[in-house]
Design a binder for this molecule. Structure first.
Ligand code: ADP
Ligand code: MG
Length: 471
């Protein structure tokens, strides 16, 4: 038996909301109601509902904010938004923030129910599975694939780092070698595993934005600072782990402030005067040689030693060639499941090609190659022609004399296909004025696929919102 599920409705009070609430209750759902963003936010944290139905325009702000908060929760509810006009910028924002669908008002309660119910059922199943896994002792942590001595050594370091719950870890390695994956594994395996893991890329923001993101700010700290001030990542991650990616890019000023956090476990918000105490573990990563940076005075030596308490060095994929085939198998199975394709494995020749490739993009590149192979392969076995192993082509050699069917041409064709797809989606979105439902029908793909592609290709009517951090 699934326990009674709960729905939070955030909507202006009135007969419309009352009707909706009554219809949901008649289906056996427990319903709570809130008038605005403030009350909705409170009930969201207090009640952790299974479903959220919210208007996009609320008396005190936009529902998109609530949607983003709800979607960010570990136990994210099924989210349905209600809008006056479905093809507005707000709709795109709502969908991007994590809404399952945006329904046009006026909207019959039956319509809301029809959207909610299948998703609620699926969510209940997922939660149930998760609970069972937790009980069976299967940790919710990323699996690190590989049997090579190099990766085994990494796994030992992960175990040691997980056991030392407060010690700072510095993960060094080339891009795509699995630094973030390892950081998550360390977090999940340790005592902090149930607490937040917050990641931020220090190279993605300028100094003052990064400072505000990390430390938070007080009301009026700088022009544009939002009304009430805001918690930073260090506060939001309290009890958990903060992952500072590309730490080598951090400015000297912030390096000094970070050092203080590490030494004293406290800091001041931007524009603040009092100290905020936090209990966090820092895991930092870089693809530079950080010691080199110290020697050339670009990175503080004291901070380096403070961070480098437990060093982890990620091997490149080429340093562990024996892992290539098992990893490829892992990714192929993953994508075959996700894309519902019959692919089961590699042919001997395809395997040899993967093992001989130089992999400048490491595991990330391997993962992409596998995803592409699953998309273009309709059989059970991936063959060399399905592998888009692009080598960087020097400019003077870039004009081929005769087209040869090899992997490079395949990779080029992939790029063309991709750009054609981007163009087609862009045109249809513009024609339908970003009506997701219509656009996805016209393109013959489902909404979530369209939505994902919009995200991947950065197709959005509004300008990208600032201060969106890669968390
Ligand atoms: N050992 C591994 N087993 C399974 N997947 C891996 C492994 N190492 C990396 N990956 C995957 O490769 C991709 C890149 O890893 P990531 O941790 O983001 O690399 P980095 O942070 O070093 O650039 C991710 O999708 C990650 O899940
Ligand atoms: Mg990374």
């Amino acid at each position: 038996m699934t326990p009674q599920q709960s729905i939070l409705i955030v909507q202006t009070p009135g007969v419309v909301r009352a009707n909706l609430a009554a219809a949901l209750r008649a289906e056996g759902l427990r319903v709570s109601e809130a008038d605005d963003l403030l009350a909705g936010g409170r009930l969201l944290s207090e009640e952790a509902p299974d479903g959220l139905v919210t208007e996009i325009r609320l008396a005190d702000g936009t529902g998109a904010e609530l949607i983003a908060r709800a979607a960010a929760r570990e136990d994210a509810p099924v989210i349905v938004a209600l809008a006056d006009k479905p093809e507005t910028r707000e709709t795109v924002v709502a969908l991007r923030s994590g809404a399952l669908d945006v329904l046009e008002r006026p909207c019959a309660p039956e319509r809301v129910l029809a959207t909610l119910q299948p998703a609620l059922l699926e969510r209940a199943r997922r939660m149930h599975r998760k609970k069972n896994e937790a009980r069976a002792g299967t940790p919710q942590r990323p699996s690190i694939v590989g049997e090579s001595p190099a990766i085994k050594h990494v796994l030992e370091q992960v175990a040691r780092a997980a056991a030392a719950v407060d010690t700072t870890v510095l993960i060094q390695g080339d891009s795509g070698t699995g630094k973030e994956l390892v950081a998550r594994a360390i977090h999940c395996d340790g005592r902090r595993g149930e607490r937040p893991f917050m990641a931020i890329n220090c190279a993605a923001l300028n100094e003052s934005l990064l400072e505000a993101e990390l430390f938070g700010y007080e009301k009026g700290a700088f022009t544009g600072a939002m009304g009430t001030g805001r918690k930073g990542l260090f506060e939001a991650a309290d009890g958990g782990t903060v992952f500072l990616d590309e730490i080598g890019e951090m400015s000297a000023g912030l390096q000094a402030k970070l050092l203080r956090v590490l030494q004293e476990n406290s800091f001041k918000r931007v524009g603040g005067t009092s100290d905020v105490a936090v209990d966090i573990r820092i895991i930092a990563a870089t693809n530079r040689d950080l010691w080199e940076e110290v020697l050339s005075s670009r990175f503080r030596k004291d901070l380096y030693f403070r961070l480098n308490v437990l060093p982890v060095r990620m091997p490149t994929l080429v340093e562990r060639r024996e892992d290539i085939a098992p990893m490829a198998q892992h990714f192929l199975e993953h994508f075959a499941r996700a894309l519902r394709k019959p692919v089961q494995g590699l042919s001997a020749e395809a395997r040899r090609m993967l093992e001989e490739h130089t992999w400048p993009g490491n595991v990330r590149e391997l993962r992409n190659v596998c995803e592409y192979a699953v998309i273009v392969c309709d059989g059970v076995q991936v063959e060399p022609r399905h592998l888009a192993l692009a080598e960087p082509v020097p400019m003077e050699k870039a004009t081929p004399v005769a087209p040869v069917e090899n992997n490079t041409t395949l990779a080029l064709r992939d790029r063309t296909l991709r750009s054609m797809e981007v163009e087609l989606i862009r045109v249809v979105l513009e024609e339908t004025r970003f009506n997701i439902a219509r656009a996805s029908r016209e393109l013959g793909i489902n909404r979530s696929t369209l939505y994902n592609k919009m995200k991947d290709y950065g197709l959005c009517r509004e300008e990208r919102r600032e201060l969106k951090v890669g968390v």
